[in-house]
Design a protein around this ligand. Sequence first.
Ligand code: CA
Ligand code: CA
Ligand code: CA
Ligand code: CA
Length: 465
Amino acid sequence: MTSEAKVTISSHGKLDRALQSSSRAAQALKGQLNEHKPGEVIVKVKQSDGLQQELTSDYNLEVIEKFDLPANMMRGMQGDLLHLRLPVDVTTEQGLAMLRQDQRVAYAETNDILHAIDNGLPNDLNPKLWGLDNQGQGGGTVDADIDGPEAWRTSVGKNQSQGGPLIAVIDTGIDVAHPDLTANLWTNPGEIAGDGIDNDGNGTIDDVHGYNAIDGSGNPVDDVGHGSHCAGTIGAVGNNEQGVVGVQQNANMMAVKFLAKNGGTLADAVKAISYATKMGARVTSNSWGGGGYNQALKDVLENSPALHIFAAGNDKNNNDAKAAYPASYDLPNIIAVAATDKNDKLAGFSNYGLKTVDLGAPGVDIYSTTPGGNYQSYNGTSMACPHVAGAAGLLLATDPSLSNDQLRELLLGTTDKIPALEGKTVTGGRLNIGSAIAKLSGQEPPQPPAPPPANEGGCFNKIFG
Ligand code: CA
Ligand code: CA
Ligand code: CA
Ligand code: CA
């Protein structure tokens, strides 16, 4: 008993002395280590046998493993290789420094975390997502896409806890339980779910993930599918080994419902935009239109600090000749989006307008999330719009200080010019978020905003699906 106690004391003494004499070396290692398992080291002792016992006892080390290397490897190794755990109150830096100064140790290293060398692409970049990355699949044209993978080298977006920009999906609601959406939904920090109380006093009871303007509730249930589909394009959870990936792999999306199967009312649209604005939406995604020129709707859009992305409409209409509201409101914080296909052609159904439709984005055969944990392909400028909204989100995740004018310039100033959109849109181009992010991270000064589309003319309860 006595001799055991002695050993313990003497071990501790050795440990303390070693820590002290190596403290400067430990300090120098701070911040220099690769990603590693804290508190673990890989050590080679200079000779086999007795040394291991001595060393581990001196420094109170736990042997996790002594690697059982085959004889034909050991010949060249000249010493045992050990996987050790440091005492709990010794940092990895301290442990390394201490062991490296010990004559018995050939080397001591961190137990580094190693990663498979992959192509950097999320594991759910489904080949159906030609809009994000077109390799010519399904009869498409190579690179007739928005260059998602190129953009993701810089940013994959940010969710709410990462401080990501709030994107309001103003639509038919969102399936908030969809496994490919849930993690990327906004949660109202001031609201307690299911207690029947408006905890944050914002006028809506139990508005946890958003708002339903139709019944005034906090339950934006998607009984149509359209809104969930749009949400998936903006921000389906990336790299989670299921389904699809959105333009933003991490996102912060709010569900704001004012549309039912047969449309919605102007009054509910005003309430929807008002709610999104009140709760701090930075971008709104609006895949709807119809009605005529509504001053009230124009007023709320204009006076919301958010950037509003609108679908141009699905009536093969020239919006310059016959306006399609709300996309056609002449406001600097509205971007109107036409739909292109996997060959960079303007979709047959898509509205267009040299002065009133800003750019194109993928909107034919777009695969995304639908209620009940499902996935489907839809067509429409409704599907093009969320590509742009998601792109705006990626830019804001990269630089939250961007103004609407700067966002507009980045999105519109970096399109890929395509013949099908020449003379048909303000930019003559299709969204390219890869180029937009490159321009942003290249620190080029933002240029003056493009002149806002002119023209007003003389429709609002249609879903452009
Ligand atoms: Ca591409
Ligand atoms: Ca509330
Ligand atoms: Ca509540
Ligand atoms: Ca996914």
